[in-house]
Design a protein around this ligand. Structure first.
Ligand code: RIB
Ligand code: CA
Length: 315
């Protein structure tokens, strides 16, 4: 599967990148970065840092994208992911990256018509800008898979909105209104991908490989955030789950829903709205992932993120 990963690393994005880079199904054509969990300078250097840890022979290019949402002021999540967006793991290294994520998305869509899956793990600013710049080229994408939205509140950034859709609600609305095949992996499902401290400790027992230490440092920061909220150490693997489903749709059960996005309001911006009034079907039908075989997901996560190529623990 030819893949573009649009991402805002971010701890779970970093884990998702490691997952994708170790996945035999994936041919990653580009990693495009966007402002989200932290600003676009940090998300870009974090993507490069993850590539250095991934230990892959021919890493895909990292190309920086939009630094601002379409209209709203940026909303960051440094309180979750750390000031550097990578649990303090960014090593200060800066490496060459491209500019112009939007142009690259469209170039690849034209180069491989009908073959590219665009996996969006952050706010949809780059995706919406590509759609606005050249809808005909955008329509050549095979599919857009999005981690975002929440159908049944609570949200995670406001009582009713999920972070990626809240951070750029106008982009989310534009993408949901586009005709391209769209699959949403909502917070409702990703909250079931719960990694506990106990699970990770058991997986990592006695392992001192650099990859294991990197993953442990990322997860421990994530655990600290959730422990501050809920009193116990766990985290949700939002972006790795969306990545696993994009690469292997057979892991999931998907339905279709007509959805709209609210774009206004400090609380409501990014809220997913379904009109359940009889005969009042607003919004475009999109695929929404309802279930996933979680045991198989966790098996793959462990095998690829902790034991995959470059981990120093290849089986
Ligand atoms: O709401 C979870 C999503 O927002 C994840 O993609 C996380 O990385 C943040 O971007
Ligand atoms: Ca993300």
């Amino acid at each position: 599967m030819r893949l573009i990963i649009d991402t805002d690393p971010g701890i779970d994005d970093a884990l998702a990148l490691l997952y994708a880079l170790a996945s035999p199904e994936a041919r990653i054509e580009a990693i495009t970065t966007v402002a989200g969990n932290v600003n676009a300078v940090k998300t870009t250097r974090n993507a490069q840092h993850v590539l250095r840890h991934a230990g892959v022979a021919n890493p895909p290019p990292v190309i920086r994208g939009c630094g601002e949402p379409l209209r709203r002021q940026p909303v960051y999540a440094e309180h979750v992911h750390g000031e550097d967006g990578l649990a303090g793991q960014w090593d200060g290294g800066e490496h060459a990256y491209g500019e112009g994520a939007v142009d690259e998305i469209l170039r690849l869509a034209r180069a491989y018509p009908g073959e590219i899956t665009l996996l969006a793990l952050g706010p949809l600013t780059n995706v919406a800008c590509a759609l606005a710049a050249d809808a005909a080229a955008f329509a050549l994408l095979r599919e857009v898979v999005v981690m975002g939205g929440v159908l049944q509140p609570p949200g995670n950034i406001t009582p009713v909105a999920e972070f990626n859709f809240h951070a750029d609600p106008h982009a989310a609305r534009d993408v949901l209104r586009s005709p391209v095949p769209l699959t949403i992996v909502p917070l409702d499902l990703t909250r079931q991908a719960l990694l506990s401290r106990e699970m990770l400790d058991a997986w990592l027992e006695g392992c001192a490989a650099p990859r294991a230490r990197f993953v442990a440092a990322l997860c421990h920061q994530y655990f600290r955030f959730y422990a501050s909220m809920h009193g116990r150490e766990f985290c949700y693997l939002h972006d790795p789950l969306a990545t696993a489903i994009a690469l292997e749709p057979a892991l999931a059960v998907t339905g279709t829903l007509r959805l709209e996005i609210e774009t206004e309001g400090e609380m409501a911006a990014g809220m997913v709205v379904r009109d359940l009034r009889p005969g009042r079907q607003t919004g475009r039908e999109v695929r929404v992932v309802r279930e996933c075989r979680m045991a198989e997901f966790f098996e793959r996560f462990r095998a690829r993120v902790l034991n995959g190529p470059g981990s120093g623990r290849e089986e």
